[in-house]
Structure formats: C-alpha cells, structure tokens
Design a protein around this ligand. Structure first.
Ligand SMILES: Cc1cc2nc3c(=O)[nH]c(=O)nc-3n(C[C@H](O)[C@H](O)[C@H](O)COP(=O)(O)OP(=O)(O)OC[C@H]3O[C@@H](n4cnc5c(N)ncnc54)[C@H](O)[C@@H]3O)c2cc1C
Length: 404
C-alpha cells in the first residue's frame, strides 16, 4: 500500500487534468494522484473541435444544458463560466480567440490545451499514472481505497472524472459508472448525443455525399422544438452536418420525431413561391420538373419535387413546391450511437451531488464531475465548459473539506 494522497482523481481527461492542476497548485503535486486507464492522458481533448479545441462559447446560459432527470447548472456556469475558463487558460499561457461565438485556444490547436496542462502537472510533480484502470473504490476508515491495475492507493478525497459512454476509442465506454453505482449512486438511462441521425432514407436515396445549407428543425409529436441553421450532409443512413449535430442534443427517446429541412435559409416560403411564379412566367419553355433547377442543388431539387405529387407550372404549383422546399421532412429512426457521439445524455443523477461543490450527497469527500453526471451541453464548447465548471467547483469542495 502506497502513501496517502490528499486527493485522487479518477480519469485524466479534461475535467480530471484541470482538477489535478488546480489542486496540485495548492497541495503540491506529490499529494495529488491522477489515475488514467489510457496509455496517455487527455486523448479525447486532442479530438475536440476537429482538433481545434472548442473550449467554451461566448453565449452562456443554462438553456444550453440538458439532463434526463433535471440538473440546475446555474451556480456552476455563473461561478465558473466562459470568462473564468478564458482566464484559467491564460494563467497556463494559452490565449483564446472567438470564432462565430465559439471560444478556442488562439493557436486553434487542441493539443496546446493538453500540452499546457501536462507541462504544469509535470512542473508540479503531480503523480500521474497511465495505463491504470480503476476497478474499485471503497471506503477504508476515514480514507478511500482505490484499486487499479493490481495496486491499491489511499486518498482522503476522490474526484470521479471518468467521462460518460460516448467515444469509447478515447477511453470512455461507460464502465466507470459502476464504480459509483457500487458506492450506492444511481444512474439514469444513457443515450448518445451530438451525433449523426439515422432517418427514413426513402426520400434521400441518391443524395449521399451532398451538402446543403438549411435550417434544420426538430419536430416532436408534431411540434417544432428546436431549429438550427447550418450544413446538412446527406448520407446513406440519414443526415449529418453541424445543423444536425446541434439538433441531436434535443432528440427525446421514445417519441415520434421528424427532422424538417428548410432549404434556401435566407428566403421565406412566400419569397420562394413568388420567385417560382415569376420563373414559370419568364421561362414558359421549361417544364415543371425544372422548377428548382438553378435554385437548389439539382439532385436535392429532384428529391424535393418527388414529395410534391402531381403539380403544374402555375400559381398552385409554385405554392406547393415552395412549401416542399421549406419543409422537407425526414422521419428520425435513431442515431449512429455512442461510438460516433461526442457526448452522453444522462449519467449519475445531478440530485445526488451538492450543486455548489459536486460533492456526493452519499459519501463525504467524493466528487463527481464532467460528463459522468447527468448533464449534457449543446454543440459549441458547452461540454468542455461544463467539465471545467464542475471540476472547479469540486476543487473548491476539496479545499473546503481540507480546511475544516
Ligand atoms: C470527437 C469529439 C469531439 C468533441 N469536441 C468537443 C468540443 O469541441 N467542445 C466541447 O465542449 N466538447 C467536445 N466534446 C465533448 C467533450 O470532449 C467531453 O464532454 C469532455 O471531454 C468530458 O470531459 P470529462 O473530463 O468529463 O471526461 P473525458 O474528457 O471523457 O475524460 C474521462 C477520462 O477518464 C478515463 N477513464 C474512464 N474510466 C476510467 C477508469 N475506470 N479508470 C481510469 N480512467 C478512466 C478515460 O480514459 C478518459 O481519459 C467532444 C467529444 C468528442 C468525442
């Protein structure tokens, strides 16, 4: 049995490394233990923001966050919001830049975020063990015993920063939930979020690989719940692209959902109708089949025309076609799943932690942070921001307990 650490952090991802840096700066690195099952820390950080590391967003609000059983993240994102994460990284030597509201390191390289965290941890001589999968955490008197890779470690306090179930290639396969379940914590159902969407493909056969700008709306039981403007990419299973990624965070389980695409996002349905009416007048030599030629991508136009039924190149035809262009709907049949998802919807119920410190309500000195909790954010930097905010609160909690 090795010495007793002041704090052990399970998981060397974004929230784990930030927790380690903050606490090693106070306690000294030799009192802080990081246990990471991968052969190196921060593997997922490198993949974030397409390798550019979208760490936060200039528009912060609780509405950007979701949960299965309810989570009030207001305190966390108020105390440790976007200004806080910018300042935090500035302190580590990472400047930031904003692009379309998304906050990135100004190098636009996710590896600079990881490098600066790693270098600081090295400088502080933090004890980081990689290739070390934690198998059990049990209480042992006033301490916690952590079993990993045939070794036991003792710590006064433990931060669980193991991530969720999305992206098992980065070490997060959902098995770590059981560590907390064995300590009496619950688990909501978990689902993939920020992920490509499978749809009925009968209307989009032949469109594979085509990308279009559109407003994508999610309709649940006939009601529009959310819309995003952006790229929509047609695939052989359904749709992808940033507008779809954004929307996927809002897809509920076990409800009838449709994705409705509005092509020509800068034009209203009435404007499209007027344009078509004029077109029919000025090009009487064209058949109705060419109504959308020169207006939207030809193949997408053909797919839209197929949904119009029998129409003619007249006023009624203009109305029907304009409606179809602005309301191309696809039935949602699922998603590509956890292997492709960026984040997990669901997790350890938020009601089981103190929202001001992330300390477990079941075990003093245990903290749960980041994606492991039943909190998921919109696409655009909200998940790394959450990992940072919750980790920062947990560090406050660790220090508060330490000083009692
Ligand atoms: C491809 C991709 C791109 C993304 N891009 C963005 C983006 O640009 N902006 C954004 O905000 N979010 C993005 N996300 C989401 C974001 O990366 C995560 O929400 C965030 O990293 C969660 O942080 P975390 O610390 O909770 O968990 P993670 O960063 O997932 O870290 C958890 C760590 O715990 C380790 N671990 C798990 N179980 C054990 C165990 N039993 N023992 C020891 N170690 C264990 C894992 O190996 C992992 O290293 C992206 C996700 C993916 C997959």
């Amino acid at each position: 049995m090795s010495n007793v650490f002041k704090v052990a952090i399970i998981g060397g991802g974004f929230s784990g490394l930030i927790s380690a840096e903050k606490l090693a700066s106070v306690f000294g690195g030799s009192s802080v233990l990081v246990l990471e099952k991968n052969d190196r820390v921060g593997k997922k950080i490198l993949a974030t923001g397409n390798g550019r590391g979208n760490i936060s967003n200039s528009e912060m609000s609780t509405e950007k966050y979701h949960s299965i059983k309810g989570a009030d993240v207001g305190f966390a994102i108020k105390k440790y919001g976007n200004k806080s994460i910018i300042n935090y990284f500035k302190g580590l030597g990472v400047d930031s830049s904003v692009e379309d509201g998304r906050i990135y390191p100004s190098s636009f390289q996710a590896n600079s975020v990881l490098d600066m965290l790693r270098l600081k941890l090295d400088y502080l001589k933090t004890v980081v063990k990689v290739g070390c999968r934690v198998e059990a955490v049990t209480s042992s008197g006033n301490l916690y015993k952590i079993t990993a890779g045939g070794e036991n470690f003792l710590a006064e306090q433990v931060i669980f920063a193991c991530g969720g179930k999305a992206g098992k290639q980065y070490g997060t396969d959902g098995t770590a939930y059981s560590l907390l379940q064995n300590l009496g914590h619950g688990l909501t159902p978990v689902y993939p979020s920020l992920v490509q969407v499978k749809t009925d493909i009968s209307k989009i056969r032949g469109l594979k690989g085509l990308k279009s700008q559109a407003i994508a709306s999610l309709c649940v039981d006939g009601e529009t719940v959310k819309s995003f403007s952006g790229d929509v990419l047609f695939t052989d299973y359904g749709v992808s692209g940033n507008a779809i990624f954004y929307l996927s965070a809002y897809i509920p389980q076990n409800k009838k959902c449709k994705i409705v695409l509005s092509f020509l996002p800068d034009k209203s349905e009435v404007e499209v109708e007027e344009f078509l009416r004029e077109k029919f007048k000025s090009t009487p030599y064209l058949g109705v089949d060419d109504a959308l030629t020169g207006v939207i991508n030809k193949l997408i136009g053909k797919a839209v025309m197929k949904t119009c039924g029998q129409v003619n190149a007249d006023s009624r035809g203009a109305k029907v076609i304009a409606h179809a262009v602005k309301n191309f709907s696809l039935d949602v049949v699922g998603t590509l799943g956890f292997d492709y998802a960026q984040v997990t919807k669901g997790g350890i119920p938020f009601s089981e932690v103190d929202p001001t410190t992330m300390e477990s309500k079941k075990h003093k000195g245990i903290y749960i942070v980041g994606e492991m909790l039943d909190v998921d954010g919109d696409c655009g930097g909200y998940n790394l921001q959450w990992a940072y905010s919750s980790a920062s609160l947990a560090c406050d909690g660790v220090l508060k307990n330490e000083n009692r």
